[in-house]
Design a protein around this ligand. Structure first.
Ligand code: 0WE
Length: 255
């Protein structure tokens, strides 16, 4: 018996065993949750399926979050298999690689829209599709980053997207509170994942975060998973509309 025994939910954003979504999935499974997963394309399916199956998951579905039809299909498949769900995890983001390099003022309209669509609007859309099958008292968690509230060099349009995402968390929390459905974000410190491997000088950024954080170290996928577990469980029933920092204290260190 764990704190998630009897709860069912779906995780969006698993890519491989370095993914933050994998740290979250392992914690949820260990706590007794029943999990479903999505993958963005066939290339990722090859990595996601074995990981999902290793946690006993039988529901593994394609989902490009830009595609409303695929989103609708995911939740209708869940309704068919499970009837209702108790939670979902949104661990999805994307911006053009060049937009995380160039001066921010050179962001194209197209690049801005893409980043906001994949990284922020997708939470709103996912929530809308989930609501008809979400149990009252359910919980939603998304992943964010400090670049939403401070200008972090090179984070650029992703910072704008994360600001929109965090604001969406507050509006969704206000709307869904009457059903006891909670919506929160986990703001993770920098972690070496597949997404991070596409960012120039990421190693140097990790080293700076390590030196400046009060705990003098980086955070792990496992630690992000443990905070997410708390927010998805009944340990946090009065917590909603929050951004919960899991960044080894980096964000509150002035010096
Ligand atoms: O949210 C993120 C990164 C998300 C991300 C990563 C990529 C790389 C590959 C979004 N889009 C892309 N597009 C690609 O083509 N993080 C919190 C990690 C991150 O990214 C940074 C950071 C940190 C931390 C970029 C610049 C500065 C710091």
């Amino acid at each position: 018996m764990g704190i998630m025994t009897g709860k069912r939910g779906i995780i969006f954003g698993l890519a491989n065993d370095k993914s933050i979504a994998w740290g979250i999935a392992q914690q949820l499974k260990e706590a007794g949750a029943e999990l479903a997963f999505t993958y963005m394309n066939e290339a990722l399916e090859k990595r996601v399926r074995p990981l999902a199956e290793s946690l006993g998951s039988e529901i593994i579905l394609p989902c490009d979050v830009m595609n409303e039809t695929e989103l609708a299909a995911v939740f209708s498949a869940l309704e068919e298999r499970w009837g209702k769900i108790d939670f979902f995890v949104h661990a999805v983001a994307f911006a053009n690689r060049e937009d995380l390099k160039k001066p921010f003022s050179e962001t194209s309209r197209e690049g801005f829209q893409l980043a906001l669509d994949v990284s922020a609007y997708s939470l709103v859309s996912m929530t809308r599709h989930a609501l008809p099958i979400m149990n009252d008292g359910g919980s939603i968690v998304t992943m964010t980053y400090l670049g939403s509230v401070r200008s972090v060099p090179q984070y650029n349009v992703m910072g704008v997207a994360k600001a929109a995402l965090e604001s969406s968390v507050r509006y969704l929390a206000a709307e869904l509170g009457e059903r006891g459905i909670r919506v929160n974000a986990v703001s993770a410190g920098p972690i070496k994942t597949l997404a991070a491997s596409g960012i120039s000088n990421f190693k140097e950024k990790l080293s700076i975060a390590e030196q400046r954080s009060p705990l003098k170290r980086l955070v792990t996928q496992d630690e992000v998973g443990k905070s997410t577990l708390y927010l998805l469980s009944d340990l946090s029933t009065a917590v909603t509309g929050e951004v919960h920092y899991v960044d080894a204290g980096f964000s509150n260190n002035a010096g």
